[in-house]
Design a protein around this ligand. Structure first.
Ligand code: KE4
Length: 428
């Protein structure tokens, strides 16, 4: 057990000031038991907590730290920007440069609007699709999470699922009734939904790959089917790349799957850990946004100069360091090692991965949807999580979250992780 006196004292105080002691539910360790630790600094693939424990980090602040923490090029860019002021509320050159760069990397983006979180990006994209089509209904998929906007907290996968409570209090029934929640990877279900409601459907929103109930992947042809059904019905295909954007490829999941969504949402990496979200896509749709069109969307800190500088530095470093080849090699190494460790320990673990994103489900696989994921042995995962933490390795504190590798991880880090897993799995 790692020393944790200072974290425990901080958490005790945090509970007096902040609901659950955290500013985002998944951080509270409710899915794995125990109490969270408090981090004071992070560098590369490592985080250091208030008790001086140094942990190998496979969460990477839920995706943004693809280059590792405190990447020098990003830190320098943010410091230089900060010296020029932290916010203007007036257009700044960084917004134009980053917008141009995203358009170069993601061909489906005709125009883009920056905001401050993935939630805001998805919420705004849905309002825009509703305004553009003048329709109300949207389709999402069970186990998928697109942030905490009211009309999306209907069987959300991250947080709400972890609490075993797929709906959120406070969401008016009148909002939820416009959201059709379908099983993921079920071609007949979405065909039936369009057959029944096609002319009413404003948009379908889906994650680049569902990674808020662990990690499962689209069956071959499934995203093409969604694309075609949307096209035939005049609905907007919204591709939520908040997690997968700039992670799975320069052009994100849509590059991997050769898709052309009508709108895409971004977050996390695009701000390199500073609060940035973005949504973009077809110009005819985007031009419905205020001040050009009737769909209102705004934000005091949207296009913040520090966040723009951080995001641009991150994309430049990803390109300069040939990051995606390295992430694929590290992902392959981790996958091979973890599969072998589970086999040797005779523990049923289904390891699912795409690029540098992964999830080890404690169940016989494969996992193609939420129902499959729910078969996981959460108690066994919780033991594994704490066993790995005791070995100095920080995994996502929930069976229903994905893990992330960064370019700062080394083959030696991966070997050490596999050795630790082999040791912990034998104790389960
Ligand atoms: P944010 O509002 O948290 O920036 O983004 C919401 C969001 C939208 N779309 C996808 C695909 C996402 O994964 C997220 C947020 N991801 C979670 C991790 N599962 C953030 C962690 C948290 O809620 O603390």
């Amino acid at each position: 057990m790692l020393p944790r006196g200072k974290s425990d004292a901080l958490f005790a105080e945090a509970l007096n000031h902040i609901p659950g002691g955290v500013n985002s539910p998944v951080r509270a360790f409710r899915a794995v038991g125990g109490a969270p630790f408090f981090v004071t600094s992070a560098k590369g693939a490592w985080i250091t907590d208030v008790d001086g424990n140094r942990l190998l980090d496979y969460v990477g602040t839920w995706g943004p730290a693809i280059l590792g923490h405190a990447y020098p090029g990003i830190i320098d860019a943010v410091k230089a920007a900060a010296d020029r002021g932290t916010s203007f509320g007036i257009p700044n050159p960084g917004e134009v440069t980053l917008a141009r760069r995203v358009k170069e990397w993601v061909p489906s983006i005709g125009k883009i609007r920056f905001c401050n979180s993935g939630t805001e990006a998805c919420m705004s994209a849905i309002r825009l699709a509703r305004g553009f089509t003048r329709r109300d209904k949207i389709i999402k998929f069970d186990g998928c999470y697109h942030g905490h906007a009211d009309s999306l907290l209907v069987k959300a996968g991250s947080g709400a699922l972890t609490f075993g409570n797929p709906d959120s209090a406070g969401v008016p029934a009148d909002f939820a009734k416009h959201t059709l929640v379908l099983p993921f990877n079920d071609a007949e279900a979405i065909r039936a939904a369009f057959a029944a409601h096609g002319p009413e459907i404003a948009a379908v929103i889906v994650e680049g790959v569902p990674a808020n109930a662990g990690l499962y992947l689209p069956r071959p042809g499934y995203y093409e089917l969604i694309t075609q059904l949307c096209r035939d019905a005049g609905s907007v295909f919204i591709f939520d790349e908040v997690m997968t954007g700039f992670r799975l490829a320069k052009g994100g999941a849509q590059e991997r799957y050769s898709l052309t969504p009508d709108l895409s949402c971004f977050g996390k990496i695009i701000g390199a850990g500073l609060p940035v979200g973005a949504f973009g896509g077809r110009t005819d749709i985007m031009d419905c946004l205020a001040p050009l069109g009737p769909v209102y969307q705004a934000g005091t800190l949207s296009g913040n100069p520090l966040a723009m500088a951080a995001g641009l530095a991150a994309l430049e470093a990803l390109e300069a360091t040939k990051a995606y080849e390295r992430l694929e090699q590290l992902g392959l190494q981790l996958e091979a090692g973890m599969v072998e460790a589970a086999r040797a320990a005779k523990i049923p673990v289904t390891w699912q991965r795409i690029g540098s994103m992964f999830c080890g489900y404690f169940t016989e696989g494969p996992v193609w949807n939420l129902a499959d994921a729910m078969k996981s042995d959460r108690a066994r995962f919780a033991k594994f999580f704490h066993g790995m933490l005791a070995e100095g390795i920080y995994l996502a504190p929930s069976q229903f979250e994905a893990g992330f590798i960064s370019t700062a991880h080394t083959p030696e880090d991966i070997d050490a992780t596999v050795r630790a897993a082999a040791k912990v799995l034998k104790t389960l």
